[in-house]
Design a protein around this ligand. Structure first.
Ligand code: GUN
Ligand code: ZN
Length: 457
């Protein structure tokens, strides 16, 4: 007897995923490539990956007829892309001309974030950003909201509705920002505890403690961030009124060493600290669940501390170029053993696309004199991102038991890319052409837990 295939899905295609950082080597370690491959999904999780022949034979042996077959033969099938640092309220002010970090924040960013006092504005932006992320093949992101608690409700509510694995936190600021964008330690403690209780660990969602950056937080606010980040989470009622759920550790995100004027300002505000990262470190805001945007201008001590504590760096290549912040030496950082994720940093970043972000990452690596290998760029956008967000037990590759978030890619009919691919002789060359010449036109489909979440028109 063949069992009904409810909950079973078969995905066919040219599978590529990673089991580790493939490094700079010309040969292809730690990449798994099945040109005629298949994924057997059960209830949204990977049950088996392999050649089509092997997976189909295993289904036959198990007497399972899948309820659905998604035939992507001739297209690349990769794990969903992961954006490690993104400000969703800044979606409408991307491409604001002429300023570097601190003036850009005052002149463009804070006014845009002020508009999120209106919950309807937050909701509309959250719906738009989630829809666009899926169109770009991004299935997980670490997201900054605004100071307003309802801006987290808007984003995580929409993420829950579409079924995406997302992380988000309310921005904490209590000084050096417009009064409407500041909160107090007491109000923040109350709002964030409430958000954690309602969202953290619900469905696929995580709460991220989010002090914006050292200049806009008092010492007292960083101490609060520490208490929140380090606390053991009690299980409790969720936003949907469900009973207790398993509660994972909280995450932490902020910014570090992005721009020379910013670093000088931090030194003025915190003269007693050894360096910028020390401002955070004295409060215990480090470790594998913490990720810092930019990290461009690090002292030797900061580098050692980030590595020792396995704190992650979010490399934001389009943003670093757009704001003129600096060049990130991605290849050497990976070779030195830093945990690095790739990120758009919209709205300082100039695209939501993790494909275009990879292209900018390659350009940084060329300026730094150590070109990023094509496979490494795709590793960064998938398993590398999952590791940087401490979510590699759940997502990042097609290991058995992981959640089946998937992106399907092809040449998107882009004439220059089609022409280039005709000459590509191996996987790395093929993936590199896609990186440099592709964008969301190449995203044919996106799946969340095995369910179609986007299809190219
Ligand atoms: N530093 C503090 N806030 C921000 C922000 O919103 N964007 C960037 N790029 N850097 C920051
Ligand atoms: Zn940022």
């Amino acid at each position: 007897m063949y069992s009904g295939g409810a909950g079973h899905v078969l995905i066919l295609g040219n599978l590529v995923d990673f089991t580790g950082d493939p490094g700079s080597a010309a040969e292809f370690p730690l990449v798994r490539h099945e040109p005629d491959g298949a994924l057997w999904l059960e209830q949204g999780y990977i049950r088996l990956r392999g050649t089509r022949a092997a997976v189909e034979a295993a289904m036959t042996t198990a007497r399972v007829v899948p309820a659905q077959v998604q035939d992507h033969r001739g297209q690349l099938v990769l794990p969903g892309l992961i954006d490690c640092h993104l400000h969703y309220p800044q979606i409408g002010m991307m491409a604001s001309w002429g300023a570097q970090l601190l003036d850009w924040l005052q002149g463009f960013t804070f006014p845009a974030e002020r508009a999120f006092a209106d919950p309807a504005v937050a909701h509309e932006a959250a719906v738009f950003v989630l829809q666009r992320l899926l169109a770009h093949g991004t299935t997980t992101a670490s997201v900054f909201a605004t100071v307003h608690a309802h801006s987290v409700d808007a984003f995580l509510g929409e993420a829950a509705r579409v079924g995406a694995r997302m992380l988000c936190g309310k921005v904490m600021m209590d000084r050096h920002a417009p009064a409407e964008l500041c909160d107090t330690v007491e109000q923040g403690a109350h709002d964030i505890a409430d958000l954690i209780a309602r969202w953290h660990g619900v469905d696929r969602l995580r709460y991220t403690v989010t002090p914006r950056f050292a200049p806009t937080s008092s010492e007292a606010q960083l101490a609060l961030a520490s208490v929140l980040y380090r606390q053991a989470q009690p299980a409790g009622q969720t936003a949907r009124g469900d009973q207790a759920r398993e509660v994972p550790p909280l995450h932490l995100q902020s910014h570090l060493a992005e721009n020379a004027a910013e670093i000088a300002w931090v030194a003025e505000l915190y003269p007693q600290r050894r360096d910028y990262f020390d401002v955070y470190q004295v409060h215990g805001l480090d470790g594998p669940h913490a990720i810092y945007g930019h990290c461009l201008h690090l002292t030797d001590r900061e580098q050692a501390a980030l590595r020792q504590t396995r704190t992650a760096l979010a490399f934001c290549p389009t943003s670093n170029l757009f704001l003129g912040s600096g060049v990130f030496d991605i290849t050497r950082r990976l070779d030195q053993g830093f945990t690095v994720g790739l990120a758009t940093d919209v709205g300082a970043g100039s695209s939501l696309s993790m494909i275009r972000t990879q292209a900018a990452a390659y350009q940084h690596s060329q300026l730094a004199g150590a070109p990023l290998s094509p496979l490494r760029a795709w590793y960064l956008a998938t398993l590398g991102g999952a590791r940087a967000l401490a979510l590699d037990a759940q997502i990042g590759n097609f290991d058995v038991g992981k959640e089946a978030d998937i992106v399907v890619l092809d040449d998107g009919g882009i004439a220059e890319l089609c022409r280039r691919q005709a000459r590509a002789s191996n996987l790395a060359e093929h993936l590199f052409a896609l990186t440099m010449l592709g964008d969301e036109r190449c995203v044919a489909a996106t799946y969340l837990m095995g369910k179609p979440a986007h299809r190219r028109a």
